[in-house]
Design a protein around this ligand. Structure first.
Ligand code: SF4
Length: 441
């Protein structure tokens, strides 16, 4: 099968950091099906990654841009000299686009405009790291499918079966590819992340010349080697979760755990067929915070589960009041077709469910507002998701995409922020969900 792939020529100048930028851009071009060609003649467009560190490097870069324009005519400029576009435009007003260092998205946009990628359903249905529906700078990393629990309100095990874990080297290689493709944050997902590998009897595999067991602790150690944010979702509070808290305290994993507790009354947890040792959970949370004071805990709860009395509900309120979780989602129980809980006695009337949900959310809103207010005045590292007008919408280590709040950077556009940028900001204000910040010079 033959077809004409769009062809890109590439000139890479500058230091090792610029070289890594070139590698990233080239990786993305390959992933999208562009051919990289070694001559101006063969190229449909030429990307020049420039250096602007000293005057001689500026001259060399301007010379390279001029050569590419003479030889090819279609030139996209990126890299350090791109931070001073007037320098380039004074000499070469005909370049197609200019962007600064590490701005992979702008380079790719310019290439797309100059020569759209050619879709071949036989060759490039999937890029190297699979299709992604998330923005380029974060990606979900699915480590297993199915679940060995049988929570009475859930039908996932009957739809997806028991837990099947991906071998740890397979997951780590996928993570590596994603990071090479520009991903800055990996979100580990599954139905039960703590149970990862139990079905494989924690099979050992090799990755980067080291042995890793297919289990949560080793997976986290491997992921922490990749130098990006790693966020864990759907973790059960089992004892071995304690082992990864030191990695969070050392800054190797994001200090963030998403643990769906669902309830805090042992009676209701039993009816849900979930672990009911809520006192142990309390102790565990206190210990985690001692080891890693900045840990963010997110959870979800169901209110109005069949058989929930006012006392059970107040036990739940006492729990969230005491442990002060940072982020909480709550739902009024509603039956799912095929779930065992549908047969439980004493359903809670709809108006009572809604009234409890409201009380729950009001209490949590106060807790959340206090916790966020404590951050006012602090400096936080954030990852920019999008820029809209003057504002940049970013997330701190405490905020997962889609489900948590955001950090609104008031001077985001003025500071030149782009999606995928990491930046330190000063927190100036807060409400019960979001933080408001400024980039300081
Ligand atoms: S709620 Fe989660 S842990 Fe429970 S059965 Fe469903 S998928 Fe498994």
């Amino acid at each position: 099968m033959s077809r004409q792939q769009p062809k890109v020529g590439f000139v890479s100048l500058g230091c090792p950091k610029a070289l890594v930028d070139s590698e990233r851009i080239l990786t993305q071009l390959k992933v999208e099906g562009y051919d990289i060609v070694p001559t101006y003649d063969a190229a449909d467009v030429v990307v020049v990654n420039t250096c602007g560190f000293i005057e001689s490097a500026v001259d060399e870069s301007l010379g390279a841009i001029g050569e590419a324009l003479n030889e090819n005519g279609k030139v996209i400029v990126t890299g350090c000299l791109g931070k001073r576009p007037e320098k380039i435009l004074d000499v070469h007003p005909g370049v197609l686009a200019i962007s600064g260092p590490q701005d992979y998205a702008s380079v790719m946009d310019a290439v797309h405009k100059a020569i759209p990628p050619k879709h071949d359903p036989f060759v490039d249905l999937l890029p190297d790291y699979g299709l992604k529906l998330t923005p380029k700078h974060y990606a979900y990393l699915k480590i297993s499918e199915g679940c060995n629990h049988r929570c009475s309100f859930c039908i996932i095990p009957s739809m997806r079966g028991d837990l099947v874990s991906r071998p740890v080297d397979d997951v780590l290689r996928e993570a590596e590819r994603l990071v090479k493709g520009g991903v800055k944050e990996l979100l580990v997902i599954s139905q039960d992340t703590s149970a990862y590998g139990v079905d494989t009897r924690y099979a050992e595999r090799q990755w980067r010349d080291k042995t890793y067991a297919t289990r949560m602790g080793d997976l986290c150690k491997g992921l922490s080697e990749l130098g990006v944010w790693v966020r864990l979702h759907y973790v059960y509070p089992y004892p071995h979760v304690d082992d990864i808290i030191p990695l969070m305290a050392e800054g190797k994993l994001l200090p963030y755990l998403d643990i769906p507790f669902q309830h805090a009354s042992p009676k209701i947890l039993k009816a849900m067929k979930r672990p009911g040792a809520i006192d142990k959970v309390r102790e565990r949370i206190h210990r985690w915070r001692e080891i890693c004071p900045e840990i963010t805990l997110r959870s979800t709860f169901i209110v109005g589960f069949p058989g929930e009395t006012e006392d059970d509900f107040e036990e739940l309120l006492d729990f969230i009041d005491e442990v002060e979780l940072d982020r909480v989602g709550a739902f009024a129980y509603s039956p799912v077709e095929g779930a065992a809980a549908n047969n439980l006695a004493d359903p809670v009337p709809e108006d009572v469910k809604q009234e409890r949900l409201q009380r729950f959310m009001e209490l949590q809103a106060e807790i959340s507002a206090d916790k966020l207010a404590d951050k006012v005045g602090s400096l936080q590292e954030v990852l920019v998701d999008r820029v809209d007008g003057e504002l940049a919408f970013a997330r701190s280590k405490a905020d997962a995409p889609e489900i948590d709040g955001s950090v609104q950077i008031q001077n985001g556009a003025e500071a030149g922020l782009k999606p995928g940028d990491f930046i330190e900001v000063e927190i100036m204000g807060s409400d019960e969900h979001d933080l408001y910040a400024l980039v300081r010079d």
